[in-house]
Design a protein around this ligand. Structure first.
Ligand SMILES: O=C(O)[C@H](O)[C@@H](O)[C@H](O)[C@H](O)COP(=O)(O)O
Ligand code: SF4
Length: 610
């Protein structure tokens, strides 16, 4: 067994020191939450009667208060293919709870946006702030204080981060995330993208495009690319917040339902009345957060977590930054190539050994914290195994080696020596670039800027043939305070066409990209954003811009006198319609992407004077 890598130990220690005061305040909060605050013992008879009035066959048990009453937070809706299976989960969970003498009630529902449905549309401007909306909805649900355990049904992009942010403020509760798994593989992602690029070039029509998209996104379950949703699933494994190996088991299978049943039984074992209390606020500590960053680097996970993880950590009193990400990225090898970082999808990844291999390989190489409080019986060791049914019984088995080294490799023979998420900084600010899906010769792009304030204008310029050259496409006023920091993933096919035509192409933005974006170098989350005076606002058409993932540079190659004399152009009008005006409060109070772009945490920290 190899000792923990010294850089991982150093970064963990730095985070722990940086967070000491806020973490202590947080631990005190959850201590009080258990003993004197948010639980049934504090409720009056009237409160309790309201709480169990409609609980039917569970009423007698809930009324006695002698068994765990489990709160279920559900993000069910029919918009996300990933969440559609959750419709029947509460009934399954209630039955499983009764099997062990416990009870379960739906504490509340949270909204969930499908970024695939809103991609490129006005709704995408609500996407990032839907995370904080979910956190607030989780708090409203748990504020009923009727529960001694918390099971959360959420998978996709902003939903898991939002659920964790909200639940962490009730961190005295043992909490398990229950996934529903990926849809079976349909049309290969690479073929889907090929048809998209043909459509962008006008070589196929809308009918053929719709046929291709429908063959790719064809059923219930999470989309099979390795984007933000499946990065969430990976993170829940390396943080020990799922039942081990639950991440990528398909919906509608017996194994899936047995894992849901096991989570329900397990939550009752780890409450404060037992001898194995595992509250969420102790499970998510500095080591678990570092494990999540390491998991992102080892698997080529979504850049969106460079924003969500700082927010999740802050909700637990822990402060991380992009320098932490970059230093961990430098020492964590890339062990998986799942689309867009490779051609296989998450089903192929799981069949190859999936998270069990990733975790065991990283643990054995001293590249993960093993000694974290997980929801399973032991520490993270339990997560280096995969769940299977033996004679219909759920067991966990070793996975000695990858079953497909074309997409999953041992730490002794990685795809890349580092994790591929780079920190870039310079006279334009700080940003991140994921290079695990970018060919090495495109890690440095130096070209004239083409400036846009709207992604649709980029597509209009592309269609008009105005971008047929080496170009750094700059899309600004896309930050959280400007328009809610949408993903600009709709640009990927057009930029991919330009790149395939042999041009040197890069995207530079204070906005975001999808976790599914990939082959075009994109320097994103540029902070400070244009609105409010960020230097990206000083750029002009034709300026030479250099983005370099090797040297970590993002520079405008403009002489200092000219640069200093420039002002920032007027911002576009704030977004209006599709409910976007309702989120003005969030835009006006958001903090930096590197801090989590969270209006609710910014206001909370200000009020707590943290
Ligand atoms: O961060 C992510 O992973 C994306 O937000 C993803 O959830 C979104 O659904 C993409 O838009 C899907 O990709 P397509 O838009 O290419 O289908
Ligand atoms: S992965 Fe993205 S597109 Fe697929 S269901 Fe989740 S949010 Fe929607």
């Amino acid at each position: 067994m190899t000792d923990l890598h010294p850089v991982i130990a150093k970064v963990t220690e730095r985070i722990t020191e940086r967070s000491a005061a806020t973490r202590l305040k947080y631990l005190d909060l959850i201590e009080r939450g258990r003993d004197a605050g948010t639980n049934r013992a504090q409720l009056s008879c009237g409160n309790l009667a309201h709480g169990f009035a409609a609980s039917g066959e569970d009423k007698a048990v809930i009324r006695t208060g002698r068994a765990m009453n489990i709160g279920i937070i559900t993000a069910y809706n029919d918009m996300l293919s990933a969440h559609q299976p959750y419709g029947r989960y509460p009934e399954q969970i209630k039955i499983a709870a009764r099997e062990i003498g416990a009870t379960a009630q739906v504490a509340g529902g949270v909204p969930a946006m499908c970024d695939g449905v809103t991609q490129g549309q006005a709704g995408m401007d609500l996407s990032l702030f839907s995370r904080d909306t979910i956190a607030l909805s989780t708090a409203v649900s748990l504020s009923h204080a009727m529960f001694e355990g918390n099971l959360m049904l959420g998978i996709c992009d902003k939903i898991v981060p939002g659920l964790l942010i909200g639940a962490l403020r009730f961190g005295h509760l043992p909490t398990i995330l229950i996934p529903a798994g990926p849809m079976p593989s349909g049309l290969a992602n690479k073929e889907k993208v090929r048809i998209r690029q043909l459509y962008a070039e006008g070589k196929v029509g809308r009918d053929e495009l719709l046929e291709s998209e429908s063959a790719s996104y064809h059923g219930a379950g999470t989309c099979t690319f390795y984007g933000t949703a499946n990065s969430n699933q990976m993170m829940m494994e390396v943080m020990g917040l799922h039942m081990p190996g639950a991440a990528f088991v398909n919906p509608g299978t017996k194994l899936r339902s047995e894992l849901t049943r096991a989570a329900t039984h397990r939550i009752a074992d780890i409450g404060w009345d037992g001898n194995d209390y595992r509250p969420l606020g102790h499970c998510i500590d500095e080591k678990a957060i570092v494990n999540a960053i390491i998991g992102l680097m080892a698997t080529g996970g979504s850049t969106n977590h460079a924003i969500h993880l700082p927010a999740i950590a802050r909700a637990a009193g822990i402060h991380i930054d992009w320098t932490d990400f970059a230093e961990l990225s430098d020492v964590v090898p890339l062990l998986a190539r799942v689309y867009p970082n490779g051609s296989g999808d998450v089903n192929h990844f799981h069949a190859a050994g999936g998270m069990a291999v990733i975790i065991r390989e990283l643990l054995d190489a001293g590249l993960l914290h093993r000694d974290i409080m997980t929801v399973a019986r032991q520490d993270l060791t339990d997560y280096g195994k995969e769940p299977v049914l033996q004679d219909d019984a759920l067991v966990w088995q070793d996975v000695p080696a990858s079953r497909d080294e074309a997409m999953l490799r041992p730490a002794s023979n990685p795809f890349q020596a580092d994790g591929g998420m780079k920190l870039l900084q310079g006279n334009l600010g700080r940003c991140v670039m994921k290079v695990s899906a970018v060919d090495k010769e495109r890690w440095t792009i130096e070209a004239p800027a083409a400036i846009f304030h709207d992604q649709d204008d980029v597509l209009r310029a592309f269609k008009a043939g105005e971008l047929e050259r080496d170009v750094v496409v700059v899309v600004r006023f896309q930050g959280p305070r400007a328009n809610g920091m949408p993903e600009l993933h709709k640009l990927t096919p057009a930029l991919g066409v330009l790149q395939d035509r042999g041009f040197k192409v890069a995207l530079l933005t204070d906005g975001r990209m999808s976790g599914a974006s990939g082959k075009v170098p994109a320097a994103i989350h540029l902070s400070p954003e244009a609105l409010g005076g960020g230097p990206i606002g000083k750029l002009r058409d034709g300026d030479i811009v250099r983005v370099c993932a090797e040297s970590g540079q993002v520079e405008a190659l403009v002489d200092a006198a000219t640069w200093d004399a420039r002002d920032i152009p007027a911002a576009p009008p704030p977004p209006y319609d599709t409910g976007r005006e309702l989120f003005a409060l969030f835009r006006h109070n958001s903090d930096l992407a590197e801090q989590g772009a969270s209006p609710i945490l910014a206001a909370m920290d200000a009020e707590l004077a943290i």
